[in-house]
Design a protein around this ligand. Structure first.
Ligand code: GLA
Length: 667
């Protein structure tokens, strides 16, 4: 039987909605929900995310009547359903029946039920129960017209990214056997001759549980790989069941932005739609920077448009202090995601809860009702997204790439390193923010993703590099590209073994430098460079071997050593930065690099105005986001879609507002 679904393929226009948990409310609330969803222009809801206890109240007995009623109502209203498999939170009966499946911390502490995600990712019982529930849902709803996407689980690894129990230990050994085949190879990879760690039998190997001092770095690195793979196996098990029953329905699971435990590059290859959750936090230096980076990362992982599955209309409830969003902030956040490639905007959650751990988290319908700032903005955002329908499916212009891999991140964060102040993700953020301030959009890619289209590639702390990745970076430069690598890149191979002969090991020949010793700086300590800039965090001793010196360290124990170098290789150039630059110094270097590489700014804009261009087969759209408190003008001609007004030469953007111009003649 062929089913006619509400979305036969992808959503028409930008999808709009969020997590809908009607089970938290009396039945009659549904009528009001439907009326309000129509008013806001909601086109999708994510259903049943935490409904396992209601869907399977007792082992093997499924109850769908309550959900049937909701899904039928959605179909009647023309609202597409992103149906969850409901496996993120096993009910108490399940945990009680499977006490060996509770997650265990590195120190042996058991995490009990009474919250959510209380399961061990390696538990065969969990895998069996979760896939059975997914199968039951798929069979029951396979022909439902509202079923438009599967939402597997929810935020894998949010609270149980690693479990150190005996079941996990056994799974880790299976994983290691398939990676190394024999114990000698594992012993060599982990460098176990050091500290008498040699393993004589597989059963001696444990997860990296709490120890007296440093744990083996090779073991920790493989453990990080294993933990990501193990949750991915949980996802795949559910996805296979769903694909068998409903091969026409796309499958997603929601990511969590720049989340260290999961290698989302591997995960992205397994989903039909990349979807992401992003929350701004009060402790972020600039929340808009973080949001933009998350968007660029998701677009790069997806290789095109992606879904913003969740963010908040206003306050969250999980920080020490949770402040409501300022007027206009939610719309600005939402449209920035769209600017960076999102084709859907969703929220956690439709109605702010009255009870439970998240009752102080904002929703689309706030506690105070609809005569509120939040509701008016929710309705306004719906109108904006309808006005932007034509943008859906388009790509985003990016001539620069930031090279970033999870294994390099995991490696950089291992302990017993020269300095605890490196902060690989912070370094990525700093470079992304400097490019963004320059009105330059960047993709976030692996060296193996195909670098040739980019005019400039920046590798911030690409600490761990495989031979293949190093070769790809070299080929990129030889072919005419420009690469800038920062210190503590290329230092180790995939086993976390130092690449000998001088730093930065794998990139030494490409960069034309040979470094000998590290001289990290104290917090607040700086070192002057010969070009007047100021280095922070790091300095190092060494010399060039073929590269041209653009700046040296001017003082201190490494005075005279190269700080910034440039090496002509083939048709391109490889730059090396041996310290950290911030603020105006970093901005000036970024300005110099992008000018040399012919990278075009998206538009000439004042500080605090973010501009991004989306490009479709028939045209371009310029998004201008005004983060300042003054009105700003941006050069553009065409039709401003949010107001429907033509613009000729320049568009004015009110303080805190966004303009989207369908450009005449392309950008
Ligand atoms: C995540 C989860 C939601 C909710 C929100 C709160 O995104 O997926 O269930 O807990 O966080 O911000």
């Amino acid at each position: 039987m062929t089913v006619t679904r509400i979305w036969p393929s992808r959503p028409p226009g930008i999808a709009y909605g969020g997590d809908f948990n009607p089970e938290q409310w009396p039945e009659e609330t549904l009528d009001e929900d439907l009326r309000l969803m129509a008013e806001a222009g909601v086109s999708f809801v994510s259903l049943a995310i935490f409904s396992w206890a209601l869907l399977e109240p007792e082992p093997g007995r499924y109850e769908f009547a309550w959900l049937d009623r909701v899904i039928d109502a959605m179909a009647g209203a023309g609202i597409a359903v992103d149906l969850a498999t409901a496996t993120a939170s096993p009910p108490p009966w399940w945990s009680r029946a499977h006490p060996d499946s509770l997650p265990v911390l590195a120190d042996g502490t058991t995490l009990w039920w009474g919250s959510r995600q209380a399961f061990c990712p390696s538990s065969p019982d969990y895998r069996r129960s979760a896939t059975a529930l997914a199968a039951a849902l798929a069979e029951h709803y396979r022909n439902h017209p509202a079923l438009s996407m599967w939402h597997v689980h929810n935020e894998y690894g949010c609270h149980n990214a690693a479990c150190y129990c005996d079941t996990s230990a056994a799974s880790f050994r299976v994983w290691l056997r398939s990676r190394y085949d024999d114990l000698d190879r594992l012993n060599h990879a982990w460098g176990t001759t050091f500290w008498s760690q040699r393993y004589g039998e597989w059963d001696e190997i444990l997860p990296p549980r709490s120890t007296g001092t440093w744990r083996n770095p090779g073991q920790q690195l493989d453990w990080a790989r294993f933990c990501s793979d193990e949750l991915l196996a949980c996802y795949r098990a559910e996805r296979e069941v769903l694909r068998r029953v409903t091969p026409d329905v796309p499958v997603t699971t929601n990511f969590m932005s720049l989340f260290e435990p999961l290698d989302y590059r591997a995960w992205a290859a397994e989903v039909d739609v990349v979807s992401n959750d992003h929350y701004v936090r009060l402790d972020m230096v600039d929340p808009a920077d973080d949001l933009s980076l998350a968007g660029d990362l998701m677009r790069s992982l997806a290789g095109g448009p992606w879904w913003l599955m969740e963010h908040s209309t206003s306050a969250v409830n999980w920080q020490p202090l949770n402040r409501a969003k300022a007027p206009g902030e939610m719309i600005r956040n939402s449209l920035t995601h769209v600017a960076r490639g999102a084709d859907a905007i969703g929220f956690f959650q439709w109605r702010a809860s009255r009870a439970g751990a998240e009752k102080y988290h904002s929703g689309m319908v706030p506690h105070a009702g609809t005569d509120t700032k939040v509701w008016r903005e929710v309705v306004q955002l719906g109108a904006h997204l309808r006005a932007l329908a034509e943008v859906a499916g388009s790509s985003v212009d990016a001539e620069v790439a930031l090279a970033w891999t999870w294994p390099a991140w995991w490696g950089a964060e291992l302990g017993a390193h020269p300095s605890v102040h490196l902060d690989a993700a912070g370094h990525l953020r700093a470079w992304h923010a400097a490019l963004r301030r320059r009105a330059v959009t960047a993709d976030v890619v692996s060296p193996l993703d195909g670098l040739a289209p980019y005019r400039l590639v920046v590798a911030p702390h690409l600490y761990l590099l495989t031979d293949e990745e190093a070769a790809a970076l070299t080929a990129y430069v030889e072919g005419g590209g420009t690469l800038l690598a920062t210190f503590f890149s290329g230092i180790v191979d995939e086993r976390d073994h130092i690449r000998l002969g001088g730093y930065p090991g794998a990139l030494r020949d490409l960069l034309g430098v040979r470094m000998e010793e590290f001289f990290p700086l104290l917090p607040g300590e700086t070192v002057g460079l010969s070009d007047g800039r100021t280095g922070r965090i790091w300095s190092e001793l060494g010399r060039t071997e073929g590269a041209e010196v653009r700046a040296t360290f001017a003082s201190g124990p490494v005075a005279g050593s190269p700080a910034l170098t440039r090496h002509a290789v083939g048709a391109g150039h490889a730059w090396y930065l041996a310290t950290r630059l911030d603020g105006a110094d970093l901005d000036a270097l970024v300005g110099d690099l992008v000018a040399r590489c012919g990278v075009r700014r998206t538009a000439e804009v004042a500080e605090g105005v973010e501009v991004v261009r989306r490009r479709g087969p028939d045209g371009t759209w310029l998004f201008a986001i005004n983060h300042t408190a003054e009105e700003q003008a941006v050069a553009a001609s065409g039709l401003e879609l949010l107001t429907g007004r033509p613009v000729d030469g320049r568009v004015t953007v009110a303080p805190g507002a966004v303009a989207v111009v369908r450009e005449r003649g392309g950008g």
